[in-house]
Design a protein around this ligand. Structure first.
Ligand code: ATP
Ligand code: MG
Ligand code: MG
Ligand code: MG
Length: 432
C-alpha cells in the first residue's frame, strides 16, 4: 500500500502503519555496515529511525549526513530502537547539507561564532523549543487582550516623531526627508482611542542603545496598549492582570514545553508589591547601593539597570514601581495630584531582568502637553496630529508598553535577551 505522508507529531496514533515522513537528519549514528540510527526532525517533533542491512548500503544512505533533508518510508513502531523491530527505510532525497552542525557548534563555542551561525543554531533542540514557546506567548498576549475587548491595530514604523528621547533614534533618509525607525507606537495608538476604544498593537520598536546589557536589543517586539477613560489605579490593575493571566495561559497551553525549558517557572500572584520611586531610593540607601560617584541615589536620578536589578533580584518578586519624577520621564506624562513633582507612571520590574513594562497616564489637556514639550526642548510642530487630539474630544487615558523579549527572557529563564530572539539585533550586530 502507498505510505501515507505524516508529520512526526501524528506518529503515536499511527503505530503499526506504513508511513512516509519528511524532515532533516537531526542525529546520525552508524553501527558497522549494516545498521544506521537516524533521528529525523520535522519541526513537529523527533522520530527515531532504524535502517538495517541493504538499506544502509544504498548510495543515499552512505552519503547521508547530519542536517541533510530526507524522506523516510517505514512502519511505525513503538520504541523501534530498543526492540529493533520492523522500521524499514529509506528513500532519501539528495542529501544536501554540508552536515555536522553540532560538531562545529556546541555550547562551548564562542558567543560570536554562535551568533554568526544563528541560522544553524536555531535547528538545535533547545532553540527550537524557544521558538515554539515564543509563538505560544504571542498567542497568549493576543488572546488575553481580545478576550477583554481590545482591538488590534497596525501603526507605522517609519515615522518623523520621537517618543522616548533623541539619543536612541535610528534615523534614515525617507525620499529626501529625515525620518526615524519608531521607538514606540504609543502616540499613534492614542489616536485610535476615539476610533476603536481599548486598543493594542504588536510592532517592532527600534532603539540605538549605546550600552551593551543583557536586556537591550536594537530591534525588539513591543506590545503596547492604550485605554480611554481609565484611572491611574485601573492602569496598574490592567498591567498586573496582563502579566499574571498571560503567564497562566502559557502554562495551560504549553506547560510541558515551558517546563522543559524553565522547570522553575511559576505564574506570579496578584497583587504585586507596589512601591513608589521614592521607596526605591530608600531601599537603595538602606542596602548601601550607591551611584558610580559613591553617593546615594537622590530624587531626580534615573535608577540605572544594575541597581534596579539588584533591588528586584533581592526582593525576588514582581514590583510595580510607581510615581517617577517628571524630569526623568517623557513629555506626555501627567503629574500626580497629591505630589506635583512626580508623575502617574509605572514600571513593572521582574526578577532576573528588571523593567519589562513602562506605562503611564497621558496628559490630555493641550496646554499642559505643550509645557511638556517645552520642558524637554522638543519642537512640537511635527507632532501636530498628536497635539490636535487634545482639541477634538480629548479624554483621560493611559497605556503601557511591554518588551516581549524581556518577558520571554524571564519566563523561559534565560540569561540574556539574545537567547529568545530569532535573529537578535544588538549593538554592533545586524547579521545574519
Ligand atoms: P530601559 O530602562 O531598560 O532602557 P526604557 O525605560 O527605555 O527601558 P520604555 O521606553 O519604557 O523602555 O519601553 C517600554 C518597554 O520596552 C520597556 O519596559 C522594555 O520592556 C522594552 N524595551 C525598551 N527598550 C528595549 C530594548 N532596547 N530592548 C528590548 N526591550 C526594550
Ligand atoms: Mg531605555
Ligand atoms: Mg526604563
Ligand atoms: Mg521605561
Amino acid at each position: 500500500p502507498k505510505a501515507q505522508a505524516v508529520k512526526v507529531r501524528q506518529a503515536p496514533e499511527l503505530v503499526g502503519q506504513r508511513v512516509q515522513v519528511s524532515g532533516w537528519v537531526h542525529r546520525l549514528r552508524r553501527q558497522g555496515k549494516a545498521l544506521m540510527f537516524v533521528v529525523l526532525r520535522d519541526g513537529t517533533g523527533f522520530l527515531q529511525c532504524l535502517l538495517a542491512d541493504r538499506l544502509c548500503q544504498t548510495y543515499d544512505a552512505i552519503l547521508l549526513s547530519q542536517e541533510a533533508s530526507i524522506r523516510v518510508y517505514g512502519t511505525l513502531a513503538r520504541r523501534a530502537w530498543r526492540r529493533r523491530t520492523n522500521s524499514r527505510l529509506l528513500g532519501a532525497d539528495r542529501p544536501g547539507s554540508p552536515g555536522g552542525v553540532e560538531s562545529v557548534l556546541n555550547v562551548e563555542s564562542d558567543v560570536d561564532v554562535l551568533l554568526d551561525n544563528r541560522h544553524l543554531v536555531l535547528r538545535g533542540e533547545h532553540t527550537s523549543k524557544i521558538v515554539k514557546l515564543s509563538c505560544h506567548v504571542m498567542r497568549a498576549f493576543r488572546s488575553h487582550l481580545f478576550d477583554r475587548g481590545y482591538v488590534e491595530v497596525t501603526p507605522p514604523t517609519m515615522v518623523q516623531t520621537q517618543v522616548e528621547g533623541g539619543s536612541t533614534l535610528f534615523s534614515f533618509d525617507y525620499y529626501g526627508e529625515p525620518a526615524y525607525l519608531t521607538q514606540s507606537s504609543q502616540l499613534y495608538l492614542e489616536t485610535c482611542l476615539p476610533v476603536v476604544g481599548d486598543c493594542f498593537c504588536v510592532a517592532r520598536s527600534y532603539r540605538a542603545e549605546k550600552s551593551r546589557t543583557r536586556r537591550h536589543l536594537s530591534e525588539y517586539t513591543h506590545l503596547e496598549a492604550e485605554c480611554p477613560f481609565i484611572t491611574y489605579n485601573d492602569l496598574l490593575d490592567r498591567v498586573e492582570d496582563l502579566i499574571v493571566d498571560v503567564s497562566e495561559r502559557v502554562l495551560k497551553e504549553a506547560g510541558d514545553l515551558l517546563r522543559e525549558v524553565n522547570p522553575k517557572f511559576n505564574a506570579p500572584k496578584k497583587p504585586f508589591r507596589r512601591m513608589n520611586y521614592t521607596d526605591a531610593l530608600v531601599w537603595l540607601k538602606e542596602n548601601n547601593v550607591l551611584r558610580p560617584d559613591g553617593k546615594n541615589y537622590e530624587f531626580g536620578d534615573d535608577i540605572p539597570e544594575a541597581p534596579e536589578r539588584q533591588m528586584t533580584d533581592t526582593i525576588n518578586e514582581p514590583i510595580l514601581l510607581c510615581r517617577f519624577p517628571a524630569e526623568i520621564k517623557a513629555f506626555y506624562m501627567p503629574r500626580c495630584q497629591e505630589d506635583n513633582r512626580v508623575t502617574e507612571s509605572v514600571d513593572v520590574l521582574i526578577p532576573g531582568v528588571g523593567e519589562i513594562v513602562g506605562g503611564s497616564m497621558r496628559i490630555w489637556k493641550h496646554d499642559e502637553l505643550m509645557k511638556g514639550y517645552a520642558r524637554e526642548g522638543i519642537d512640537p510642530s511635527p507632532y501636530y496630529w498628536y497635539t490636535q487630539q487634545r482639541e477634538y474630544g480629548s479624554c483621560p487615558h493611559g497605556g503601557y508598553g511591554l518588551g516581549v523579549e524581556r518577558f520571554m527572557t524571564w519566563m523561559f529563564g534565560q540569561e540574556h535577551i539574545r537567547d529568545v530572539c530569532l535573529y537578535p539585533r544588538m549593538t554592533g550586530r545586524c547579521k545574519p
